[in-house]
Unconditional design. Structure first.
Length: 526
């Protein structure tokens, strides 16, 4: 392994025993640890499925339940945005009514001893709030039909039609912004936040898959290391038994070798337990449910990481993180929402001054009667109906214009002013929180960069320690063959070799994960 990007296994022992015999019986080649040679333990009834890191990530992006859940959030947010936009949709209204009333007279001018009026109404309206300057437009088309036995009426039945338009424009409070427009802009920003949250979740799951993949690879290699340790212990036990049978070694040496074999068997069992747990955790990231067939398979992670030396550029990483980190971008958009809220409450402090303009047309239709005298017999002079009223509207026979200014202002307006000061303080809190988060990001990226640099040095140190342990184990084995070393010294050297291999494995795993975390903290944050 070198700084020039030599491909190596996830475990240090992959390159450890090159050319160094460790066996007592000359079977050094069978005990050597080669890159990528280790396979997962065989489980009956479970096929072995090779899987690359890219395939694992692609599977997680498609099936992972957390990602599937997170992908629904933007769709939900789209409906929230649509609901906010609906405030500015036109509103249609319609009224159908009928009224039949009989009135008892109190005067000769009431039109009869008993007057009955029948009135039908047919009204329609449309109104719309505009998303700019807070204006509201409404239009009403009202129609009525009245039939009566009043002796003074000149149109019976009579038809009335009215068409009116009204526009109200805020001039102070509600002109620049209002609650409806702020709610719409807030939902638009919230949609961006939801998208960032999805990116954050996806990247976090990818990192978990990355770490779990190499963790699984490491547990497989750890099993192989423990198998080699067990093989060495069993070989030593076999040699000791031969020597005991030849009378050149005491029975105590055999008992010590048996203890070493038992310890190695327990270590191998523990390694297999760790592998099963790690594989289960890895699979849970890649499946879409408890019935996924992957649970009935054994995954073999076939990729090997590339180790490249050299210090990382921490300052460049900090600059990237301050610009691209999803949590910072979310916090900045939250600040935009706080600015919108402040603008609303500041606008609410202003007096309410509304300009209202209206235009209406009226039309009347129906049979027109003339009476020779007050209350005399009606004489039809012109037939008419509903169309006469519409014609009158079209000809604009009876137009009406109106303009008004409406002013209101609560004396003191203490409530609105208190809300404004509260919003200002909340914006200050948001700014301070953002600054604190930026400081935290700088710290995280710096620590992650230092971890990469330190991790590479740890890998190099672990490699050197393992190389020394290999040479020491070989020397002790050679001395043991000629009777210059004790059984304990050989056992200790073998234990040191196993520990150094495991230490290099952990160092390499930590380095690989440190690189992934360094990349992650530049883009996403929790």
């Amino acid at each position: 392994m070198s700084r020039n990007g030599i491909r190596t296994a996830l475990i240090p022992a992959v390159v450890v025993a090159l050319g160094i015999p460790l066996s007592l019986s000359g079977q050094e080649d069978t005990l050597r640890y080669e890159v990528g040679r280790a396979l997962p333990p065989t489980v009956e009834g479970r096929p072995l499925v090779p899987m690359t890191l890219e395939e694992a990530i692609a599977r997680a992006l498609e099936l992972n339940l957390d990602i599937q859940t997170a992908r629904l959030s933007p769709q939900i947010q789209e409906y929230s945005l649509s609901a906010a936009e609906s405030v500015f949709d036109p509103t249609l209204g319609a009224t159908l009514g009928y009224n039949n009333s009989t009135n008892l007279p109190t005067s000769q001018l009431d039109g009869g001893a008993q007057v009955t009026n029948q009135r039908s109404t047919y009204n329609a309206s449309i109104s719309k709030l505009f998303p700019w300057y807070g204006g509201r437009l409404s239009a009403n088309f009202n129609n009525g039909r009245t039939e009566t036995d009043n002796t003074f009426t000149t149109r019976n039945p009579s038809y009335s039609s009215t068409l009116s338009f009204n526009y109200t424009q805020p001039l102070l409070s509600g002109f620049k912004t209002d609650n409806q427009r702020t709610a719409l802009k807030t939902q638009e920003i919230q949609g961006e936040i939801t998208d960032l949250q999805l990116v954050n979740r996806v990247e976090s799951i990818k990192y978990q898959v990355y770490a779990a993949y190499w963790g699984l690879r490491a547990t497989i290699e750890q099993i192989e290391i423990q198998r080699q340790s067990l093989a060495l212990a069993q070989e030593l036990l076999a040699q000791n038994r031969i020597r005991v049978s030849l009378g050149t070694m005491s029975e105590l040496q055999v008992v010590q070798a048996e203890a070493q074999v038992a310890s190695a068997e327990q270590a191998l069992l523990n390694a297999e337990v760790q592998w099963r747990n790690q594989e289960l955790g890895f699979k849970s990231l890649l499946v879409g449910g408890a019935d996924d067939p992957l649970f009935q398979q054994t995954v073999n992670p076939v990729d090997l990481p590339t180790i490249e030396g050299g210090d990382v550029d921490i300052q460049a990483a900090i600059d990237t993180a301050l610009e691209q980190r999803t949590d910072l971008r979310q916090q900045r958009r939250q600040r935009q929402i706080s600015v919108l809220d402040l603008a609303v409450v500041e606008n609410n402090v202003l007096p309410s001054l509304n300009l209202t303009a209206g235009y209406s047309l009226q039309g009347v239709g129906g049979d027109l009667y003339s009476r020779s005298e007050l209350g005399g017999d009606p004489i039809l002079i012109e037939e008419g109906g509903y169309k006469d009223g519409l014609k009158s509207l079209w000809n604009r026979d009876a137009p009406t214009w109106n303009f008004s200014l409406n002013f209101s202002y609560p004396i003191g307006n203490f409530g609105a002013k208190a809300n404004r000061e509260r919003a200002r303080l909340q914006l200050q809190q948001t700014d301070l929180a953002l600054r604190n988060q930026e400081l935290s990001v700088v710290t995280q990226v710096t620590n992650a960069g230092l971890a990469v640099n330190d991790g590479f040095l740890q890998v190099q140190a672990a490699q050197r320690s393992r190389e020394v342990a290999e040479r020491n184990a070989q020397i002790e084995l050679t001395r043991f063959r000629v009777g210059a070393a004790t059984n304990y010294e050989v056992t200790q050297a073998q234990n040191d070799l196993t520990l150094s291999r495991l230490s290099e494995l952990r160092a390499l795993l930590n380095y690989v994960n440190a690189i992934a975390e360094f990349d992650l903290v530049q883009r996403v944050g929790g």
